[in-house]
Write a protein that binds this ligand. Structure first.
Ligand code: CP
Ligand code: NVA
Length: 328
């Protein structure tokens, strides 16, 4: 097979800072190669298995992981919260030890990032975060890959986040902090990302040259290459719906805000979107919207990650031992 070899990456990916700058850029390169030529990779994950544990609903993450893994020749089992709840019939650690005997990689969508960490600590196979309350790394990697495809050099881009400083926002912050560029997080003061997320990101940014700015001033969208928003009420925080809606209504992305950003600005959203709440239908359906490119690219970047995790024989070089952590 005459295709670029992925790097060796045999550890958990619970948040973006589990990856180095070089690893992220190599994932982009591999995703691009995969996207253009799936036939060349058709059997690369033959005899490999993925288990997916989802405590929460999903369309994009479930379909792109499941069908993506199958496109590479692998087998997938889906474990939903109703029939195979994590931590209910047996300790989280025993669940992880059982699954590790049957599958090669586990993708988990759960409420608690702490639960994800416990599961990963007990698992002997790599664990990928398919969304937790704190992070959504696969989403952010796909998003930055999508912006790179738009022709924006990743270390020069300016991304404006508008709305709630949530899990997707945290992962975008970590991605930009790692690969360079600029991110302006525009939220009400009480919806800003936690200090610990910013501390970790700023430690990375010192090395990459990235700039992360938090403000409540909507005029900071001016000149952004992309304006990104997400739902005001994330899964699991429905009890805060009224409070969040009141706080975030002034931060709705509408045509007037996109005009303040400038004609170069793309519109981004991880989806699902609530039209008329965090974004108007005119914006989401406008020519500047790249939301379905983002959705498509979920599959390509996740497949690149799977190859990097499970095909060390294709690796160009080894960087870290199994389950190593990268110090900031
Ligand atoms: N963006 C995203 O993760 O979508 P789903 O919740 O449908 O998986
Ligand atoms: N912030 C949203 C993202 C959904 C993909 C949530 O956690 O519900």
């Amino acid at each position: 097979m005459n295709t670029p070899a992925p790097m060796l990456l045999t550890r958990d990916v619970l948040q973006v800072v589990d990856l180095s700058t070089t690893e992220i850029l190599e994932l982009f390169s591999l995703a691009s190669s995969l996207k253009g030529n799936y036939a060349a990779y058709a059997s690369t994950l033959a005899q490999r298995s993925l288990a997916m544990l989802f405590e929460k609903p999903s369309l994009r993450t479930r379909v792109s992981l499941e069908l993506g893994f199958q496109k590479l020749g692998g087998g997938v089992t889906f474990l939903d919260h109703q029939h195979s709840p994590i931590g209910a019939r047996e300790p989280v650690e025993d669940y992880a030890r059982n699954l590790s005997r049957w599958v090669d990689v586990v993708a988990i969508r759960c409420q608690s990032h702490d639960l994800l960490r416990r599961f990963a600590a007990a698992s002997t196979v790599p664990v990928i975060n398919a969304l937790s309350d704190l992070h959504h790394p696969c989403q952010a990697l796909a998003d930055l890959f999508t912006l790179q495809e738009c022709g924006i050099p990743v270390d020069q881009l300016h991304l404006a986040w508008v709305g709630d400083g949530n899990n997707v926002c945290h992962s975008l912050i970590e991605t930009i902090a790692t690969i360079g560029g600029r991110m302006t997080v525009i939220t009400p003061p009480t919806c800003q990302p936690p200090a610990e997320i910013l501390r970790v990101a700023n430690a990375r940014a010192c090395r990459s040259g990235a700039r992360i700015l938090c403000t409540d001033d909507l005029s900071a969208v001016a000149g952004a290459d992309a304006v990104y928003t997400d739902v005001w009420v994330s899964m699991g925080e429905e009890s805060r719906a009224a409070e969040k809606t009141a706080l975030l209504t002034p931060y709705r992305v509408d045509l007037a805000l996109m005009k303040r950003a400038g004609s170069q600005a793309r519109f981004m959203h991880c989806l699902p979107a609530k039209r008329g709440e965090e974004v108007t239908a005119e914006v989401i359906d406008s020519p500047s919207s790249i939301i379905f490119d983002q959705a498509e690219n979920r599959m390509h970047i996740q497949n690149a990650l799977m190859l990097a995790l499970l095909r060390p024989d294709l690796a160009r070089r080894s960087r870290t031992p199994a389950h190593a952590s990268i110090s900031l």
